[in-house]
Write a protein that binds this ligand. Structure first.
Ligand code: DQA
Length: 141
């Protein structure tokens, strides 16, 4: 089973950006953590991070016929991007949406997610652990 893990804008800044919200661990720490759990679960994981909406759309399109599921933290595009929602609907793969922080207990604008209109599971506020839970969900479904 092949899973694509996509992280959107500013998630490459983990460890530096707002550590009180996102923690002190880096994007590399996150990738290593997910890769380790993927190996334990006998999943093949491929990672992609971009600060550009169109590149994320293209990456999702490229998952068609090549991956069995998607784990996505769209970053701020969560709250703005119809294009990312449409790309997920186009490829129609099982998708888990992950947010490191609890978006529901932050600013009002973070409460709405376009991606949630497609994602079959949404994990919020569990830190990096949320990505591991997403892998387990896809593995067991
Ligand atoms: C985030 C929450 C978003 O509102 C924010 O724009 C991010 C990260 C999270 O992981 O908690 O960049 O998706």
């Amino acid at each position: 089973m092949k899973i694509k893990v996509i992280n959107g804008p500013n998630l490459n800044m983990l460890g530096i950006r707002e550590p009180s919200v996102y923690g002190k661990s880096t994007y590399t720490d996150l990738v290593n953590l997910i890769a380790k759990r993927a190996e334990e679960l006998s999943l093949t994981c491929d990672f992609f991070q971009s600060n550009h909406e169109g590149d994320i759309v293209t990456e999702i399109q490229n998952c068609y016929g090549a991956f069995d599921g998607i784990v996505i933290n769209p970053g701020a595009y969560t709250h703005t991007s119809v294009a990312i929602l449409d790309a997920l609907k186009a490829v129609s793969l099982p998708t888990v949406e992950v947010h490191i922080s609890d978006v529901d207990s932050r600013e009002e604008f973070r409460k709405f997610s376009y991606v949630s209109l497609y994602a079959e599971k949404i994990i919020k506020g569990k830190g990096f652990e949320g990505y591991l839970e997403a892998l387990e969900y896809l593995k067991n479904k």
